[in-house]
Design a protein around this ligand. Sequence first.
Ligand code: F6R
Length: 612
Amino acid sequence: MCGIVGYIGNKEAFPIIINGLKRLEYRGYDSAGIALVQNGIVQYKKQGKVADLEQFSCTKNTSGSIGIGHTRWATHGEPNDVNAHPHTSMHGKFTIIHNGIIENYSSLCRQLAERGAYKCASETDTEILANLIEYVYEKEHVSAEKAVRIALSQVEGAYGLLVLCADEPDKIIAARNGSPLVIGVGNGEYFLASDATPIVEYTNRIIYLNDKEIAVISKHELSLKTLFNDTLTPIIQELDLDIECIEKAGFDHFMQKEIFEQPKSITDTFRGRASKNPPEIYLGGLYNVMDKLDKADRIIVVACGTSWHAGLVGEYAIEELARIPVEVEYASEFRYRNPIIRANDVVIAISQSGETADTLAAVRLAKNAGATVIGVCNVVGSSITRETDAGVYTHAGPEIGVASTKAFTAQVTVLTMMALFLGKRRKELATERYEELITELYNVPALIEEILLDNEKYLHVARLYKDAPNSIYLGRGILFPVALEGALKMKEISYIHAEGYPAAEMKHGPIALIDENMPVIIIATKDKSYDKVVSNIQEVKARKGKVIAVVSKGDTVIAQLADHVFEVPECDSFIAPLTTVVPLQLLSYHVAVLRACNVDQPRNLAKSVTVE
Ligand code: F6R
């Protein structure tokens, strides 16, 4: 949520910052701005995309080797030029960019108004912070760094913050609490950003700022402290990320690229964890919590959005294969409803970004209650990975498209491996079945390759239904979460209203919606509920609904009934979520492209939801 980039060094800052903001645009894209240290601090801001800011600035003086930039996802105040970051304090001393929310901003605003004639030009919480820093600086006659520290001690909420001070123009001050910030260390230069993607092309030496830390950075020096003024030694880590991973590589959209990458991302996710000969699962990331997992009476999954859907798939798999009770909770609900958490509970937090505010808060709540917490995250070094007791990374690679695709299948891969691993340890799973499922898991990348070959078919069906205002997605058992995920993909990128339901629930209400204009997408592969799903298809057809069915290859029964079928190779039902979701991802993708929607950056959304 909001992307932050900063540069200090000997190069021109403007192109580095603009380029970096483009890479971070998936975090927010309603307005953008940049501040550069010249003879004083200049700033340019524009509603719209980073490209609009670039265009707007091209006739202006963009020189300077120190600067900060921001791409916004609005929380306080509508997206417009005035509310765009950076924000400058009233007397012009401080210019700041901010990711997060200042929760006590109205009381800070009131206090500042009472103390002097502080007025804000924008409706943002960030401007209050700029004014507060300036107020402290002028009143206490302290350094810029100290003013920032004192001001932040009065702030409640989350922030990733970059600050320029007109009186100390040779430095950038960075601070973090709850919103991520990383620092890239170059030769006589530093790069700052919300995540490493804008930095990777310049350096692979990274410092992750922790909560309540502040860094003061000049061209040749970086000093790191806590907000309580304790000096820290910066720990430089090596970043394992290739520039190719964050380029479109010939695809039209990141989402398309990420869908087509799934054979690779799934292979990367089980590499080193699932062996084929002999079929075996090794989850090294769990070894230090193995005694807790062995004793666990219950697993609670906390997640949001697509990750929550992956958690639901995990629930079916873990309950069935390992016979451990699983509850899947929306992190946002879990954190506020005083949940019963026992010491023998194991909590699994699933998050692509590892930064989702609600999931992170749920992790903290569970840890405080004494539970063991395991992370299933994609972004290495992200907040959730650093706060959990153990974890299994999904090695999906950077996911840039806002709609999650390859992260979902990587999460499901990890959860399936966990279910198998736990099933074996708990002796709930016969060796033969365990080995059979590992072998099937190994086949998934090849099955997805085959599904991707039908791309033209998904495009054809997308053309037929692109103007439908509504759609219903149905699935049963472990494929019900896939229906939810299919519906979410459709609504978030094409803005078509879509509902996901367990197929049998249709009769309890949604069936009233079905008429000749309603596309019903049904996941109907061969498993133990197959006959029941066939009945559901007949019920839809009896009401003249249009049926698009995802079926096992060679299914002639449903081919007779449905208006369209998407065939997927036959596989075990525990593996089917990984295959059946792919046609649904591509259907949504094509519908969105045909409707001229911004596929990678759908309206109102942001990739990493670091605010509540
Ligand atoms: C949907 C989507 C979101 C995320 C959700 C959680 O396509 O991407 O629903 O799944 O915001 O994000 P993470 O997984 O980063 O915690």
